[in-house]
Design a protein around this ligand. Structure first.
Ligand code: ADP
Ligand code: MG
Ligand code: MG
Ligand code: MG
Length: 400
């Protein structure tokens, strides 16, 4: 019989205390639950006398969606802890250290990153992160390369992929990203002033074809182990450190899905500058910074991924003339298409982003939404034609 039950704070403290090498034997531990409670409990256990702390994250057996509770597999806690370990091996220093995992209780005890801020909030507050593009491109290049058929033994990869099939969380993505925004679904949610824009999405057959092709890749293209939910709310940051958290959606899918998630969230913040910048010149400067970051992420990713391929490609076929160039081109196109899909869903779908939703003035929020939708739609429609990151940048700049 399963021992699973949602922990209370005293139990979280007891588990935290059992982790060796974190807390001093003297000095009491205190605990507060800091998660948003929709999917998971997140206990922050600290020792005020030493300043030491850990995070105890526990999956709940349901998700709260539009006021209802849906059963949701606890196995995602195993997926999250295993993904963190694999990512930590391939990209040292870029994820929290995992101290302990209990599959039955569906929990992970991990490094306390309270010295960092969630990047979405950091960007809203105007933060500048000079190391981010280098760190995230490193994370993407190394985790994606070393879990792909280019960077690992193909038989071992198939075995590993089986333990990351993650059907329930993939289904959430399939529905919320590739299906619901393109039809009048109950889960959709958007401001009244966007009714016409939403209806345009539902009848746009050119868009629907591209989204169907992107969904097919999401469903069938087991290219590498993805993080699966790599938005700026899954990134902890300071000016000199980046830590990627929350890979419970991890599965073997198309690399562009992770790369596109990062680009999309920077571009959503780009659109939201309608409000968050004080005046035109500040807005221009802020947008230039975000665009520079987008460019540096792609060019850094491409350079690092190619270098890994040249140094660590596992077989002869990986060295086939012309193959690497063709592969990188397809990766760029996938990243652009998935970035567009992620922007659209954040405007009309179930889950929005604070960058835009927290804009108080409806007219200004509306402008930001229209910019984000225009960029998103154009990236989706043009994804198979793009040959350079500069074309993505042109699309973003001409929508603003
Ligand atoms: P969920 O899967 O429910 O979204 P997250 O892993 O994103 O859970 O965590 C939710 C919140 O809990 C984060 O936004 C952050 O505020 C806090 N948190 C999560 N992990 C850590 C950590 N390692 N250190 C400090 N705070 C954390
Ligand atoms: Mg959450
Ligand atoms: Mg999260
Ligand atoms: Mg999560």
């Amino acid at each position: 019989m399963s021992n699973y039950h949602p922990l209370n704070e005293a139990e979280a403290i007891r588990i935290a205390k059992s982790i060796a090498g974190i807390f001093s034997a003297e000095g009491e531990l205190v605990c507060s639950e800091i998660g948003d409670g929709n999917l998971n409990l997140v206990f922050h256990v600290t020792q005020p006398s030493t300043g030491a702390g850990v995070i105890v994250k526990q999956a709940l057996p349901y998700a709260k969606v539009v006021g209802e509770s849906w059963p949701l597999t606890l196995d995602r806690a195993r997926i999250e802890s295993e993904a963190l370990r694999i990512e930590g091996r391939h990209a040292p220093g870029l994820v929290p250290e995992v101290y302990y995992t209990d599959h039955e209780l569906a929990l992970t005890v991990m490094e306390d990153l309270s010295s960092h801020v969630i990047m979405r909030r950091g960007l809203i507050e105007g933060g500048v992160y000079p190391k981010f593009a280098d760190d995230i491109s490193e994370f993407l290049a190394r985790t994606l390369f070393f879990t792909s058929d280019l960077g690992m033994n193909q038989q071992e990869k198939k075995t590993l992929a089986a333990s990351f099939s993650n059907p329930e969380l993939c289904k959430i993505t399939e529905d919320l990203i590739f299906d619901h925004p393109y039809t009048d679904a109950d889960t959709n949610s958007f401001d009244d002033h966007l009714k016409e824009e939403a209806a345009l999405l539902w009848s746009d057959q050119e868009l629907h074809l591209e989204v169907a092709l992107l969904r097919e890749k999401f469903l069938t293209h087991a290219q590498a182990l993805l993080h699966g939910d790599l938005h700026t709310g899954s990134i902890f940051i300071t000016p000199d450190s980046t830590k990627i958290i929350d890979p419970e959606f991890a599965y073997f899918g198309p690399m562009g899905f992770d790369i596109g998630a990062v680009l999309a969230n920077l571009l959503l913040n780009f659109a939201s500058q309608e409000h968050w910048s004080d005046n035109d010149s500040a807005r221009q400067a802020r947008r230039a910074y975000l665009i520079e970051t987008v460019r540096d992420i792609w060019t850094g990713f491409e350079r690092k991924f190619r270098a890994l391929w040249d140094a660590h490609g596992v077989d002869r076929i990986a060295r086939t003339a012309g193959y690497q160039d063709d592969y990188m081109q397809r990766l760029l196109q996938d990243s652009v298409g998935f970035a567009g899909s992620k922007m659209v869903r954040r405007i009309v779908g179930l889950a929005h982003v604070a960058d835009i939703d927290k804009i108080p003035e409806p007219a200004v929020r509306g402008q930001a939404q229209v910019i984000a939708l225009a960029i998103g739609k154009s990236l989706i429609k043009n994804n198979r034609k793009l040959t350079s990151i500069e074309q993505l940048i042109d699309i973003a700049e001409s929508a603003a």
